[in-house]
Design a binder for this molecule. Structure first.
Ligand SMILES: [Zn+2]
Ligand SMILES: [Zn+2]
Length: 745
């Protein structure tokens, strides 16, 4: 029996929202370039590589011409070799040349170091330099290695401020590789873009201008991302020439249990049924869940459906595994000893577990790029099967009704804004600490850095330029994953581990006392939020509820930057100030979302400046909706569903976006809907919404029109993060308004 026939009998029933197939593709190859160094050519031959895919040859040729390059091709298309080739070639040709590789996680740097080692090009001396590198090894690595693998945090705090120790390395720096570049978006990306600019400036001070080689999952705006990250143009190599096996794609929607309420059967139950069915047929399958708890539940449910011998061939795959443990799982999968693996989607980046037959994603992972990465695990060589099991979330349900919106959509744009002053100021300070900043640095740091310099405290203007006049090195004060320097530390009280940072403006709603906090797929309960020391103490949590904060929000318009007549109304983009006060939270049952308890909180208000897009509907667009509370409920429902769909246009999470709707706003004097960037200063999300307004509103109207519920449900107008706990929502009113707007276009 063929593999297809094996799963055909499983993929039947009303749950099947879509069944399609993506055709196989032949490889397009190119000969190894003549200019390649003999030692590199020999190393490739030892690995059985005698020719390249066309895109690898194109990337090599573009790098040979001397410019920056970004490669954005599919999963397992050989991107690594595409950027390794010019680097290895340069290191083999010039014993002084150096290269720096940036990876977003330590695990990925380890994987890359291992594969470079296996390639065995004699001239290459690769070493990892990160927070785990022992002090006594560091000096040796700086002097010895010609290929250093590190992460943006280490570059930011450990390398650039101590550039005097790296003088020889910087002077000879030929290539900087930025792998997984799509990860550098939003707040993190905005910071990394500044770290990269500081690196370019120091390299220039040491007399060199390195070439940047970037690799990214397929995104809509690779060239734009490369330029945003490095400040320089790059050649885009995007024509994927790697072979691809045929892939069957199934969209699977758990059955509707209550049409009026929009209540569906559990996605976990459906996924475990599929997993057990596939594994029971001998198919190697990986299943991606949003949280570790979900991954464990699926593992358990699927095991219960199988005989003991088959159940023993299922395993969970967790964060925190050592490379040895990961390779053990990989080996067992390759040898067919293991058949099924469940994993959190937080791990998708670090996973290297070879070829599988099937991949199941539970819930849309937030971006098409992530979904494609997960699906890319299925059938790299033979016919594969990829399944998305929908959650009740609005985007998931939208895709189930409009499969082409998911399957034919160009992947999202990765956006960032290095010039956000909340991000930039810390890097201007760090740059001034590293070397005086003067007008000549505008070419590398960007003109915005020079404009901000007079506003950064502790910088002093001297004849040599702006210099650092503070006491300690400034870089450690600027964490790369937050726009506020006064972020809260989230500490696991049981182990003492730092789990992460919560931005000040969001800490009160995410890590208040009693909140259930999710980190890398694990649940924690917040024991204490200490406002003085800015710490949240949490402990592992196994309960079956989650929490939702109730907050009061106000916005005031600081400065409209762009105002245009769009969709029959006045659409604005600009700077706003947002004041939020968290006043209570609700405990909600994980099983059905029912409210278990409401607990009041006494927390101070927080205010932050950010960017927003806002609009004032015209009277004819609100005709019939003018009475209260219908007016407010219609605007509020429109705001929620707009927020739910904005991640289709801007690569972000709905948690990165905030909103406010009011029947009367003080600044506009009229009913107004605001959608704002949830990060202080803004990272480009609202700006993207402004640019894409017509398509965004049309898709949102379609979402509302297609939802089978009667009066609004979690799959259309309800939001898991509504500060009003989803009160005052009118689905029909929102649909009327958005349809009228769309028809005005
Ligand atoms: Zn609905
Ligand atoms: Zn709301």
């Amino acid at each position: 029996m063929t593999t297809t026939a094996l799963w055909d009998e499983l993929l039947v029933g009303d749950e099947l929202a879509h069944l399609g197939s993506e055709p196989a593709r032949e490889a397009r190859t190119a000969p190894l370039p003549d200019s390649l160094q003999p030692s590199v050519r020999e190393a490739l031959a030892r690995r059985g590589i005698h020719e390249l895919y066309a895109h690898q040859a194109n990337a090599y040729a573009a790098a040979q011409r001397g410019g920056n390059v970004i490669v954005t091709t599919g999963t397992a298309s050989g991107k690594t070799l595409a950027f390794n080739l010019p680097v290895l070639d340069a290191l083999a040709a010039d014993r002084h040349a150096r290269a720096l590789y940036l990876y977003p996680t330590k695990a990925l740097a380890q994987d890359q170091a291992r594969s470079l080692g296996e390639l065995g090009v004699p001239a290459v001396r690769a070493a990892i330099y990160d927070g785990d590198t022992p002090t006594e090894r560091r000096r040796q690595i700086r002097g010895w290695a010609n290929l250093v693998l590190t992460n943006p945090d280490m570059l930011h705090i450990g390398v650039l401020p101590r550039h005097d120790l790296w003088g020889d390395f910087l002077h000879n720096l030929r290539f900087v590789v930025v792998d997984e570049a799509h990860v550098y978006r939003g707040v993190f990306g905005s910071h990394v873009a500044n770290v990269v600019r500081r690196l370019r400036r120091l390299a220039r001070i040491y007399g060199t201008e390195p070439q940047f080689l970037l690799a990214s999952a397929t995104i809509a705006n690779a060239g734009e991302l490369a330029e945003a990250l490095t400040g320089e143009e790059a050649t885009v190599v995007e024509d994927d020439a790697a072979p691809r096996a045929e892939r069957t794609v199934a969209l699977w929607n758990p059955p509707l249990l209550d049409a009026e309420l929009g209540l569906r059967a559990s996605a976990l139950g459906e996924a475990s049924r599929l997993l057990a069915g596939l594994v029971g047929r001998g198919l190697r399958t990986i299943c991606f869940a949003k949280s570790r708890k979900s991954a464990e539940l699926i593992h358990r449910f699927a095991s219960d459906r199988l005989d003991a011998a088959t159940a023993a061939r299922l395993a969970p795959y967790r964060a925190g595994y050592t490379p040895q443990q990961r390779r053990e799982i990989e080996r067992r999968l390759v040898e067919g000893d293991l058949l099924g693996v469940t994993s959190t989607d937080a791990l998708e980046l670090g996973i290297d577990i070879g070829d599988l037959d099937c991949a199941i994603s539970i819930g849309f992972p937030g971006t098409v790029a992530s979904l494609r990465q997960q699906w890319g695990r299925a059938g790299r060589r033979e016919h594969g099967l990829a399944i998305l099991v929908a959650s009740e979330d609005a985007l998931d349900q939208y895709f189930m009704r409009e499969p082409p919106a998911l399957l034919e959509r160009h992947v999202e744009a990765a956006i960032l804004d290095h010039a956000n002053p909340r991000v930039l100021d810390g890097h201007v300070a760090a740059a001034a600490f590293e070397a005086p900043v003067d007008d000549g640095d505008a070419a590398t740091l960007g003109p915005e850095a020079l404009e901000r310099a007079p506003h950064v405290p502790e910088l002093r203007h001297t004849a040599r330029g702006w210099v650092w006049a503070g006491k300690d090195a400034p870089a450690p004060r600027t964490p790369l994953r937050s726009t506020s320097p006064d972020a809260f530390l989230v500490l696991d009280a049981s182990s003492g581990d730092v789990l992460g940072l919560a931005e000040r403006e969001r800490a009160y709603s995410t890590v208040h006392e009693g909140a259930v906090y999710l980190h890398l797929g694990r649940q924690y309960l917040v024991r204490e939020l200490d406002l003085e020391s800015r710490r949240a103490l949490v402990e592992p949590f196994d309960g079956n509820w989650y929490t939702q904060a109730k907050k009061e929000t106000q916005t005031s318009i600081e400065e409209p930057l762009r105002v245009e007549r769009r969709l029959g109304l006045e659409l604005s983009f600009g700077r706003v100030s947002v004041t939020e006060q968290v006043v209570a939270y609700q405990k909600k049952a994980a099983a059905d979302g029912s409210t278990l308890d409401t607990v009041p909180l006494d927390l101070p208000p927080t205010t932050f400046d950010t960017e927003a897009v806002w609009f004032v509907p015209r009277p004819h667009q609100l005709e019939g909706l003018e009475t209260m509370p219908l007016l407010l409920s219609s605007l509020h429902a429109a705001e929620h569903s707009l927020i739910a769909l904005l991640p289709l246009w801007a690569m972000c999470d709905r948690w990165d976006i905030g909103g406010l709707s009011t029947n009367l706003h003080l600044d506009t004097g009229a009913p107004t809907v605001f959608v704002y960037d949830g990060h202080a200063g803004g990272v480009g999300i609202a700006a993207r919404g402004f640019d894409q307004f017509e398509g965004w509103v049309a898709d949102t109207a379609e979402l509302l029109a297609g939802c089978p519920c009667e009066r609004g449900c979690p799959s259309c107008v309800q939001s898991p993060k509504c500060g009003n706990l989803n009160e005052y929502l009118d689905k029909a009113g929102a649909l009327t308004l958005l349809t009228r707007m769309s028809n005005s276009g």
